[in-house]
Write a protein that binds this ligand. Structure first.
Ligand code: TLP
Length: 345
C-alpha cells in the first residue's frame, strides 16, 4: 500500500466527477458559451461574494493573471518571502507582470502589518509605486497556517490608506475557512481578488478560479487568453468543480483531524518534531535532526511518500485519499524508519 502524502494535488477525480464529466453540457469557453463553465464561474463568484469569476487551468496561472491584471511593469508588489507567488512560480511575477517584489518575513506565514505598512513605497522618480499586496491563506510553506480575520482587516486598512489592491492566494481557502469556522467569503471580503484551487483538497483533476470585480475579471479574461489559458470544451473540467464545491468542502475537517493526529505521532518519535502551534489544517511541516532527504528516501522505501521542503524540513499533506487505514500505515512507517536510523548509527 502506497501512502502518498506529497500533496493534496495528487487526489484523483471521484466516481461522481467522472459521471458529471460525461453528462456536462458543453460549448466553447473561449467563445464564451460553455454553459457548465458559466455555471461554475457563477457558483464561484457567489461563494466568494464577488461580482464575477474566471476559470483558469491552474493556481499558478490564476495568481499570474491576477497580478498581471492589477499592476503595470515596474510597479511593486508586497508579499511574504516564502509565498507561492514568490517562491514557487518560476519568477513569473517578474516575467509576466514585470513586477518588482518587496518580499517580507513572517511568523507562521503571517506578515507583521507594521512591516507591510513600512514597506509601501510611493511612485516617484526614485521608488516604485507599490500597488498590490498579495496574501496567502492558508500558507503552504509555513505548514497550512491561516491568517486571523483581524489581521486580514488590518491588511485591508493599510491597502485602502495607500490606494493599493489586495490579491488573496486562497489555493486552500476552504481549508482556512474550515479551521476558522467561517464562510470562505469572510476571508475573501478583505481582498479585491481571490484565487482558489479545485485541484487540491477538493479533488478535481484540473482547475482554479479567480474571483473579483466584473471589470477586473473581464481584463483578466484577456490576460488568460494571452497566456494560452483559454480552453474550449472546458465544461468537462468545470463539471467536476461544480460537484466539488457542492459536495466536498465539508469533508476537509477529516483531513485536518488526521494531519493533527499524524503530527502528534511525529512528536513522540526522537529526531523529528512538529511545532503544534502552527498545526491548523491539512499540511504537516516537520523539522528533522538529520537531512530531510534521508528521511524522505527511507520513508519512500517504506511506502510513504512526502517532500523535503528544506535541508531539515519535511512536508506531509493529508487529503481525501488518506483514510484512517493509510494514516495508521504512515504512522507505523515513520516509527519503523526511526528504529532503522538509530540502529544504523
Ligand atoms: N502548490 C503545490 C506546489 O506548487 C508546491 C503543492 O503541492 O502544494 N498557491 C498555493 C498556496 C499553492 O500551494 C499552489 C500549489 C498554487 C498556488 C499553485 O497551484 P497549481 O499547482 O494549480 O498551479
Amino acid at each position: 500500500m502506497i501512502v502518498d502524502l506529497r500533496s493534496d494535488t495528487v487526489t484523483r477525480p471521484t466516481p461522481e466527477m467522472y459521471d458529471a464529466m460525461t453528462r456536462a453540457e458543453l460549448g466553447d469557453d473561449v467563445l464564451g458559451d460553455d454553459p457548465t463553465v458559466i455555471q461554475l464561474e457563477d457558483l464561484a463568484a457567489a461563494k466568494m461574494r464577488k461580482e464575477a469569476a474566471l476559470f483558469v487551468p491552474s493556481g499558478t496561472m490564476g495568481n499570474q493573471v491576477a497580478v498581471r491584471t492589477w499592476i503595470k511593469p515596474g510597479e511593486a508588489v508586497i508579499l511574504e518571502q516564502d509565498s507561492h507567488i514568490q517562491f514557487y512560480e518560476s519568477g513569473g511575477i517578474s516575467a509576466h507582470a514585470g513586477a518588482m517584489t518587496w518580499a517580507l518575513p513572517s511568523k507562521n506565514g503571517v506578515m507583521d502589518p507594521a512591516d507591510v505598512r513600512g514597506r509601501v513605497t510611493a511612485g516617484n522618480i526614485h521608488t516604485p509605486a507599490t500597488q498590490l499586496l498579495c496574501l496567502e491563506n492558508t500558507h503552504n510553506r509555513a505548514g497550512g497556517t491561516t491568517i486571523p480575520l483581524e489581521t486580514m482587516a488590518e491588511f485591508r486598512k493599510i491597502a485602502d490608506e495607500n490606494g493599493m489592491k489586495v490579491h488573496l492566494d486562497g489555493a486552500r481557502i476552504f481549508n482556512a475557512a474550515t479551521y476558522l469556522s467561517v464562510p470562505a467569503a469572510e476571508m475573501a471580503k478583505y481582498a479585491d481578488s481571490v484565487m482558489f484551487c479545485l485541484s487540491k483538497g477538493l479533488s478535481c483533476p484540473i482547475g482554479s478560479l479567480i474571483a473579483g470585480p466584473a471589470e477586473f475579471i473581464e481584463r483578466a479574461r484577456w490576460n488568460r487568453k494571452r497566456l494560452g489559458g483559454g480552453l474550449r470544451q472546458a465544461g468537462v473540467l468545470a463539471a467536476c468543480g461544480v460537484f466539488a464545491l457542492n459536495n466536498l468542502v465539508d469533508r476537509l475537517a477529516d483531513d485536518h483531524r488526521r494531519a493533527r493526529e499524524f503530527a502528534e505521532h511525529l512528536n513522540t518519535i526522537p529526531g523529528i518534531s512538529v511545532d503544534m502551534s502552527g498545526q491548523q489544517t491539512n499540511i504537516v511541516g516537520a523539522t528533522t535532526d538529520g537531512a530531510a532527504v534521508e528521511w524522505q528516501s527511507s520513508l519512500e522505501e517504506g511506502g510513504v511518500r512526502c517532500f523535503a521542503t528544506g535541508p531539515n524540513r519535511l512536508r506531509f499533506v493529508f487529503h481525501r485519499e488518506i483514510d484512517d487505514e493509510r494514516l495508521a500505515r504512515a504512522k507505523e512507517a515513520v516509527s519503523a524508519i526511526r528504529k532503522e536510523l538509530s540502529s544504523a548509527h
